[in-house]
Write a protein of this length. Structure first.
Length: 332
């Protein structure tokens, strides 16, 4: 399936050129940056550090137990973490930082939609120092109450610590809630609590009141109420990217950070529409008297879903490529 999506990425890069100049890099944290590490070719998840301002954790979509800490000021890798005490990952797709300060990694991919009877979640404390090091990780066996499925989005609620997974399907997926506490001694059953669109990643806002879910061509932010989606979602103006794979919030909740796969891939900051609320903006940020104003992100012309005509053309091509690739994989 990756071959088809790479072809899609090339087409999107030619057709959907970015609007306006990119923000300056290497100066402020939590702004646009390019991942410089040549080892990171399939960044499939992204999460903002709680312990180290300006640092974002990511990983490849591969079978190596490696997690990379990227400095958003420079795009350089400042820490490579090697997970110890876990098996060989099969398809790591999502990453999140919980309220306990632990990093959660979702080895939850299944491109054949049901070939694995269980998947895994890995968990370890976020390191206090940024350096290359080995980390002792716990491994959790995960099954879904309604049977195996493909998934790429792992989210940890920042208040309750409950883990959620969003399954991925072109006809729509499900939002699954894990048990109140994960256990290493048995199977952790995740149960469907809501329906979701085609999702490649998701993240909770720092205050736990919202959930953003992204797909290949758009993203929506939902209210979070009673441990499920509280509304139909609002488009957030996701950028068009070659292989749109990841999303997270900035630590202050004022913006989204969207990432993609590929060598030297770009992580793009998109401001939240109502990010001016005092509860989500610390002193010294834009809208504070006397503070320098950062350039505004280009707004989508249709209020969050991108250019409709171009989006439709790319979506049509993507559907043909992805469905064709999946059929080929299933025949193997």
């Amino acid at each position: 399936m990756r071959t088809a999506l790479c072809a899609l990425g090339a087409a999107a890069a030619l057709v959907l050129l970015p609007a306006g100049p990119a923000l300056a890099e290497g100066q402020e944290p939590d702004r646009d940056f390019t991942i410089a590490d040549p080892r990171i070719t399939e960044s499939s998840g992204i999460a903002a550090s709680r312990a180290h301002p300006g640092i974002y954790w990511t990983h490849n979509d591969q079978d190596a137990p490696l997690i990379y800490g990227i400095d958003s000021r420079t795009g350089e890798t400042v820490a490579t973490l090697t997970m110890q005490g876990v098996g060989t990952p099969r398809d790591m797709e999502g990453i999140a930082v919980g309220p306990d300060g632990d990093i959660y990694v979702g080895d939850i991919g299944d491109n054949l939609d049901g070939s694995w009877d269980h998947v895994w979640i890995y968990r370890f404390p976020e390191p206090k120092t940024l350096r290359d090091q080995k980390v002792a990780a716990e491994q959790y066996d995960v099954k879904y109450a309604d049977g195996p499925r493909n998934a790429e989005a792992l989210m940890v609620h920042p208040k309750t610590g409950r883990v959620y997974i969003a399954s991925k399907n072109e006809d729509g997926g499900g939002l699954y809630a894990g048990p109140e506490k994960l256990s290493t001694s048995g199977t952790n059953t995740f149960r469907r609590v809501d329906d979701v669109p085609w999702v490649t990643d998701g993240a909770f806002s720092p205050d736990g009141g919202r959930l953003v879910l992204r797909g290949y061509f758009s993203a929506k932010e939902y209210a979070w109420k009673d441990a499920r989606l509280g509304d139909g979602g609002t488009g957030v103006g996701a950028p068009f990217q070659g292989q749109a794979e990841s999303v997270t919030y900035t630590p202050d909740g004022s913006a989204f950070m969207f990432g993609s796969e590929g060598r030297s891939s770009k992580v793009v900051r998109v401001e939240r529409a109502d990010a001016g609320s005092p509860s989500e903006k610390p002193a010294g940020t834009p809208d504070t008297p006397g503070a320098p104003q950062a350039p505004e992100a280009p707004a989508a012309q249709d209020g969050g879903e991108g250019n409709a005509t171009l989006g439709f053309l790319v979506l049509a091509g993507a559907t043909v490529l992805v469905v064709g690739a999946k059929r080929l994989l299933r025949r193997r």
